[in-house]
Ligand binder design. Structure first.
Ligand code: NAI
Ligand code: 3PY
Length: 321
């Protein structure tokens, strides 16, 4: 039987590309540029399957221009806000993602951002690096301690739970808001809040872990930043859509939010230049899942989904909404 034709939109890990080349008639975008709408539309005529990343946008408009060949979009990401799944499904195109395998890497990055934001990592690094470390005093670069502090998590799914586990190791008291409470065996003592507002009131540190959906756009707005205890630290490794960035800047200016750690921005790539002058904002360029082993695991998970689909089975990570 001839191999299925597969387009891989970005330069995935070597192990992933080797396995893909073994099992599929694969075309890889070695240029590693984000797939444009025109490329996605052309691919729908030329390929049976695509492995895209969150950098390729399968909007309803793009999908409405698709040809009939493409049968599956096997995402190399857990977040699928770049895909209009109902539009793809309506054209008979299956959609999968890569859950679980990136939860620890992303939670580790949230921990890095939380600690770095709380302990002046940006200013501290710069002052040493630029040769401007010319004094020391007990009042120098005094930050905020996580041990014993209350951590609020919005979105207690896979990444949220992985982060809670790491935060417990740091002696934090975990509180959370989620669409529904976890069973007590998964809570490990975390305190469920029925409303976002109730969670915010106790969150010395706040970390966002829910998906970007129409409901969660600007979930953290000006009013909600004010509900946090004064001096709270805010971390976002979920999606930029969740934060009203001007409202965060206003909260930083007033000192109500003392620091922020951000891996995700409304505009990516690029981020928000307004944050650049803030030493108390520790920023990274959307690298939550970027570890070697996680990249391999994500690629293999996407290929496992493709293999199952073309073997006539239901892929493990099939999505319908
Ligand atoms: N920065 C990065 O590189 C990465 C970012 N992510 C982001 O993290 C998100 C979460 O990933 P997972 O934990 O695997 O997903 P998940 O589906 O396991 O968890 C999401 C949780 O959010 C909850 N939720 C959904 N809507 C909500 C709402 N309106 N209010 C409160 N809670 C809500 C869900 O009930 C669920 O518990 C992804 O959708 C993605 O956007 C994930 C991996 C890497
Ligand atoms: O998987 C995701 O959703 C990411 O943001 C990148 O790994």
């Amino acid at each position: 039987m001839s191999k299925k034709r597969l387009w891989i939109t970005r330069r995935l890990s070597d192990a992933t590309l080797e396995r893909a080349a073994r099992d599929y008639d694969v075309v890889i975008n070695h240029e590693d540029t984000p797939g444009t709408a025109a490329e996605l539309i052309a691919a729908s005529a030329d390929f049976d399957a695509v492995i895209p990343c969150h950098s390729e946008h399968f909007t309803a408009d793009v999908v409405s221009q698709f040809s009939d060949r493409l049968k599956i979009v096997a995402n190399h990401s857990v977040g699928v806000d770049h895909c209009d799944i109902p539009a793809l499904n309506a054209r008979g195109i299956a959609v999968t993602n890569t859950p679980d395998v990136l939860s620890d890497a992303t939670a580790e990055l949230a921990m890095l951002l939380m600690l770095g934001a709380a302990r002046n990592a940006v200013a501290g690094d710069r002052i040493v690096r630029t040769g401007n470390w010319d004094s020391w005093s007990p009042a120098f670069m005094v930050g905020k301690q996580v041990t014993g502090a209350r951590l609020g998590i919005i979105g207690m799914g896979r990444v949220g739970q992985a982060f809670a586990q790491k935060a417990r190791g740091f002696g934090m008291q975990v509180h959370y808001y989620n669409r529904r409470p976890l069973s007590s065996d998964l809570e490990h003592g975390a305190v469920y809040h029925e409303t976002v507002e109730s969670l915010l009131l106790v969150s010395d540190f706040l970390s966002l872990h829910c998906p970007a959906t129409p409901e969660t756009v600007d979930l953290m707005n000006g009013e909600r930043f004010q509900m946090l205890p004064k001096g709270a630290v805010v971390v976002n490794t979920a999606r930029g859509a969740l934060v009203d960035e001007d409202a965060l800047i206003a909260a930083l200016d007033s000192g109500h939010v003392s620091a922020a750690g951000l891996d995700c921005f409304k505009v990516e790539p690029g981020g928000n230049p307004k944050f650049s002058s803030y030493d108390n904002v520790f920023m990274l360029p959307h690298i939550g899942s970027a570890t070697r082993q996680t990249r391999d695991a994500m690629g293999f998970r996407a290929l496992d989904n493709l293999d199952a689909f073309f073997a006539g089975q239901t892929p493990k990570d099939i999505l319908t909404k």
